[in-house]
Design a protein around this ligand. Structure first.
Ligand code: F6R
Length: 616
């Protein structure tokens, strides 16, 4: 939420900032702005409501003077409407300094009152401008940007990443972070700051991860990091695995179209290097942690949105193979209800961004309560894995479309791998079976390719259904979380009311929603997994069909039992029943994307949303 970029170097700062912002736009797209110190040492700023293209056009028509130092911001509004005034940067010290912010300053109201009482004025309704004005006041007193930053961060409550430039210190950008992301990119004669590595991967893949409560100063040839008291601290270097082209559209009509197609690779890359020659799952990052898993008696998965549905699929695998009870909790509910946690509880967080504030807070809470923590994450250098005892990375590559697709299948894959890893350690599944599962999992990417080949049929279906007012999704067992995910994708991409239900729940209420013509997607479990479960879902289909529902079934190839009772059947290849979610979700993603396209909507940047939700 809110993309932040900072630059000092020999390059043209506007170019670097705009390129960084274009890669960060998925974090927020209500408004955007930049501030630079020009070659005469004067602060220049420009900001506009609307998507980044509005600002880009404005800068093309009336360019800012050449500069080599600057900051840029793309906003997801929290305080104040998305208009020009509320866009960042905000100015302080009578227009000599500019500041950008990501997060929420919880005590902004009393601080604003304090500043108003002292005669300071404000131009926006944002919490962020308070930090800019406060920084200006502190700069006046200290004459030094770093000391002023220290004074400011001591006064702020909440979550923040702040970056600022001051025309009296024209060679540096200063930043600070608490509970909000910030990483450093190291170049030759230039350095970068960004909300995530996407901000600078076009220029460098050498990065430093800044810890909690730290202040960073970058110049063209220097990087200094201190804690909030001003003591120097060492920071962790890492090489960014993603390359710049991975976060480009590359000829696809949308990032979503590209990312849906990349799912075979997302799964294959997440498995790669984690299956031994004798076919057992051994996750190298968990080397030396056998003891860590030895005495756990319960797993709690914490995650939000799509990631939580990955956790729900993972529950089936972890319980079945590792024989450990699993609860899946929405991370934002978790810490507010005094959950029972012990030293034998393993809290597994799942997060694509590794920055989702709700999930981060759940992890911190779990650690403080003495539980063990393990993060499943797609983003190197992100906060959640750094706050966790252990990490299993997913290797989906950068996900740019706001709604998650390839990260979801990679997350599910990682939960399967974790379950097989723990099952091996605890001896809960015979080795021969473990290696069969690993081999079947490795066969999934090729099967996803087969599902993707049905894109045209699904596109046609989406076009026929583009005037639907509500769509229901039913699933059972591992198909249930996929029904929830299908509904979420349709809501967020096509703005259509959609609900996912456990098929068994139908008769307990939701069947009242069925009226003639109501479209219902049904994820039919494989009869090879459980004939009983399969026949129960086929009965559910008959029940809704009898009441006029239009049934679209997702069933495995050769499942003839569903044919007489369905309007459309989308076949998925045969797979081990536990792995069906990785196949069944693909048609639902394509359907939501194509329905969004049919309605002429922006599939990559749905309204009101932002990727990486860094406020609670
Ligand atoms: C939906 C979607 C969101 C995210 C959720 C968690 O398509 O993308 O529901 O799954 O906001 O995000 P991460 O995984 O970054 O923690």
């Amino acid at each position: 939420m809110c993309g932040i970029v900072g630059y000092v170097g020999n390059g043209a700062s506007i170019e670097v900032l705009m390129s960084g912002l274009s890669r960060l736009e998925y974090r927020g797209y209500d408004s955007a702005g930049v501030a630079v110190i020009d070659e005469n040492g004067t602060l220049r700023s420009r900001k506009r409501a609307g998507k980044l293209a509005v600002l880009a056009h404005d800068l093309e028509v009336a360019p800012l003077p050449a500069s080599h130092v600057g900051i840029g911001h793309t906003r997801w509004a929290t305080h104040g409407a998305p208009n020009d005034e509320n866009a960042h940067p905000h100015l302080g010290d009578e227009g000599r300094l500019a500041l950008i912010h990501n997060g929420i300053i919880e005590n902004f109201a009393p601080l604003k009152q304090e500043l108003l009482d002292q005669g300071y004025t404000f131009l926006s309704e944002t919490d962020s401008e308070v930090a800019a004005v406060l920084l200006g006041r502190e700069y006046r007193e200290t004459g030094d940007l770093q000391s002023a930053f220290r004074a400011v961060v001591r006064r702020l409550e909440g979550a923040f990443t702040l970056l600022a430039v001051h025309q009296d210190q024209p060679d540096v950008v200063v930043g600070a972070r608490r509970n909000s992301p910030l990483v450093i990119g190291l170049g030759e004669g230039e350095n970068f700051l960004g909300s995530d590595v996407a901000a600078f991967i076009e220029y460098t893949r050498s990065a430093l991860a800044i810890g909690q409560d730290q202040i960073v100063t970058i110049g063209a040839d220097r990087v200094d990091v201190t804690d909030f008291e001003g003591n120097p601290v060492t920071v962790e270097p890492f090489e960014v695995e993603w390359d710049a082209s991975a976060s480009e559209k590359g000829g696809w009509p949308s990032f979503m179209a590209k990312e849906i197609t990349e799912q075979p690779d997302a799964v294959a890359n997440t498995i790669r290097g984690r299956v031994t020659e004798d076919g057992l799952v051994v996750i190298p990052e968990l080397d030396g942690l056998d003891e860590f898993f030895a005495d756990i008696d319960r797993i709690v998965v914490v995650a939000a949105g799509t990631a939580s549905y990955a956790g729900q699929v993972g529950k089936y695998a972890l319980e079945k193979w590792a024989r450990i009870p699993v609860d899946v909790e929405l991370s934002h509910e978790f810490r507010y209800r005094d959950p029972v946690l012990t030293a034998r509880t393993l809290v597994v967080s799942i997060s694509q961004s590794g920055e989702t504030m709700d999930t981060l807070m759940a992890v911190k809470y779990a650690r403080e309560a003495g539980a063990k923590t393990l993060s499943i994450c797609n983003t190197q250098g992100a906060t959640i894995p750094r706050e966790s005892d252990a990490v299993v990375y997913t290797h989906a590559g950068p996900e740019v479309a706001v709604a998650s697709t390839k990260a979801f299948v990679a997350q599910i894959t990682a939960t399967y791998l974790l379950a097989l890893h723990i099952a091996r350690l605890r001896g809960t599944v015979p080795a021969a079976e473990l290696s069969e599962f690993a081999a079947e999992l490795a066969a999934i990417p090729a099967k996803i390719v087969e599902v993707l080949e049905q894109k045209d049929t699904i596109t046609q279906l989406a076009q026929w259904m583009s005037d639907s007012r509500a769509v229901l999704f039913l699933g059972r067992n591992v198909g249930f979380p996929i029904a929830l995910e299908g509904a979420l994708k349709l809501k967020e991409l096509a703005y259509i009311h959609a609900e996912g239900f456990a098929a068994g729940e139908l008769k307990h209420g939701p069947i009242a929603l069925i009226e003639p013509g109501q479209p219902v997607f049904v994820i039919v479990p494989s009869p090879r997994g459980s004939a009983t479960l399969h026949s129960k879902v086929v009965s559910n289909i008959q029940e809704i069909r009898a009441r006029g529902a239009k049934v679209i079934a997702i069933a495995e190839a050769g499942d003839a039992a569903v044919l007489p009772f369905t309007d459309v059947v989308i076949h998925i290849p045969l797979a081990a029943p536990m792995f069906e979610p990785l196949l069944a979700v693909i048609p639902l993603q394509i359907f939501a994307m194509e329905l969004s396209n049919a309605k002429g909507l922006d599939v990559d940047q749905p309204r009101n949303l932002a990727k990486s939700v860094t406020v609670e």
